[in-house]
Design a binder for this molecule. Sequence first.
Ligand code: NDP
Length: 453
Amino acid sequence: MKIFNPANNTLIQEIETDTKESVAQKVESLKVGQKAWQAVPLAERLGIILKYGELVQDKIEDLAHILTLETGKPIQQSINEIRGANNRLVHLEKHAIKWLSPEVMTEGPTREVVEYEPLGVIANISAWNFPYNVGYNVFLYALVAGNAVCYKPSEFSTLTGLKFQELLWKAGVPSDVFAAFIGTGEVGQYLLESDLDGYFFTGSYETGKYIATQVAHKLVPVQLELGGKDPLYVMDDVPDVKQAAINAAEGAFYNNGQSCCAVERIYVQDGIYDEFISAFVEEVKGYTMGDPLSKDTFIGPVTRSQQVDLILGQIKDALFHGAEIRTGGFRTEGEGNYIVPTVLTSVNHDMRVMKEESFGPIIGIQRVKSDQEAFELMKDTDYGLTAAVFSQDQDRARAILDRLSVGTAYWNCCDRVSPEVPWTGRKNSGLGATLSYQGIRAFVQPKAYHLRG
Ligand code: NDP
């Protein structure tokens, strides 16, 4: 498999991929390794994972360089991601023992106890956009709980996936407990056909739905963290319109908009609309686009060349239906998958840009008259990942957020994830939850003991 740098389309490395046979061999070996790993005391497994966290932080510069080379993520954002993902380790250190230890539910002639057993060997089929964050949500939690993990990185973050393997092994995770499966979707398909005990997927709705249907007959846990079309509504009572615009723009354009919980569409109330648009456009025009290895760069290339066509298609469609371009709107000449950050106004829900996940440096901003109108538009989607409202008045914001079918609701913030609360999508945004105590328990199965005598 050839790995290209999306900043200039040059070849970074050619790499041998797994085959049907090597997948089968690795899975068999993980089945054996998992039994021994389950027998390692929980505190010891946790200690090994914490050691892994230290190794990563020691090598943060090198790891960030690799992430930037293969995904085009601006180097400062790569460093932020690797540093920030460490909060998953802090969360595990604080809570894993509590939530994975046996619980005595009743004392008496019959003691009733719940014990938590690992699922076994699980597949973690993952995405490239935040490989540390979304990978950690699954494989670190699964390993601490005593599972073995088949980790399939996206082909667009393969080198990072191999680093996970190298550093986990170095920290003390046995090589027959964690294995990277290298290749395209074809290798993912071999995992679907393998006899595994759970499937944990991060990626698009289409692939997630396909995976869920392919493995349904196995009756094993399936978790899906999928895409979104996350709305942000800015009410006319925000105390500082300029600051609201700066925050909204960051939510839309951080990591080039390639975040599952990126702000994907914005509604702004009449009274502040003009002021908001001019502050928003000024902010976006000020972003530095360029070489992702430069510390000053905020906007790098789009990671996947296929996505460039989708984004340009959304722009064309929006213009055809009457949208206005306030800035950007085109791909740069020359090497690399660069799209100039694009702000569209005069948009509506007949346009693809307001309905279909963009996953790129583009945003549509729509004027609304009332909270009711904003609410109707916010809920007009097949997705249900996050929604945000900016307002001075929590009650007014909650009157909207409480009625939306989303896994995460933000008041005066957006595009953020915390390990202390569940990360979960509704409707086409997913199934199940990672993070929080629920994400710790996602990788175990309860066994009830009734103990008499
Ligand atoms: P894809 O669905 O294209 O791919 C996800 C993973 O599935 C990749 O590892 C891919 O391999 C693999 N895959 C593809 N086909 C198959 C198959 N037939 N069988 C098994 N595995 C397969 O998603 P992207 O990687 O493009 O990720 C972007 C999407 O992920 C966006 O929709 C985004 O919103 C969503 N996402 C959701 C998050 C959440 O927490 N809710 C977090 C991050 C992203 P390969 O890449 O090698 O083809």
